[in-house]
Design a protein around this ligand. Structure first.
Ligand code: SF4
Length: 165
């Protein structure tokens, strides 16, 4: 396994047995724990990110709490704007709408434009594949037909109890 990791041919899958894994020192998920003393600057950056993320979470939690109070108060009194000492909070109502699929079909099909507003819904396609209702060759062909559109890397905070694993 170590050779595969070094050759970049290994995709780690964190699992409950990681705690007992002998490859942690070379595994991309855990290796940095054993090498972090070699690069103290990045350790500072990591610590700062974690601290900011925690502050963010606390701030977000408090903002949600305040928003609930503000909305309830404004609704009770019929206010659309609440004034603070040097600024104000504007309450803006938004109504989300969704097209009625049948109406869209009825109106656009006679004009030959219905196909132009259709698109494959990746989420529904995923659910269809996961639902195991397709013949296996169709399922395989759909899986193979996927194209890489873009690769992104998200950062998640792992609190000590989980990060230790
Ligand atoms: S530590 Fe976990 S993810 Fe890494 S190689 Fe071992 S079992 Fe796989």
């Amino acid at each position: 396994m170590a050779e595969r990791i070094e050759a970049g041919m290994f995709e780690p899958r964190e699992n409950p047995l990681c705690n007992w894994c002998d490859f942690q020192t070379v595994c991309p998920v855990f290796r940095h724990r054993y090498e972090r003393d070699d690069a103290p600057r990045i350790a500072e950056v990591v610590d700062e990110w974690i601290a900011l993320k925690r502050e963010d979470r606390e701030r977000w939690r408090r903002m949600e709490e305040l928003a609930r109070t503000i909305k309830a108060y404004a609704e009770e009194h019929g206010f659309k704007r609440l004034f603070g000492s040097d600024a104000a909070i504007q309450l803006v109502e938004r109504l989300e709408t969704a097209p009625d699929p049948e109406a869209v079909r009825r109106l656009l099909e006679p004009l030959g434009l219905y196909e132009s507003v259709l698109a494959v819904d990746p989420k529904r396609l995923h659910e269809l594949i996961q639902g195991r209702v397709l013949p296996p060759p169709v399922e395989d062909a759909l899986l193979c037909s996927r194209e890489d559109v873009r690769r992104t890397t998200a950062l998640y905070l792992r609190e000590p109890a989980r990060a230790r694993r």
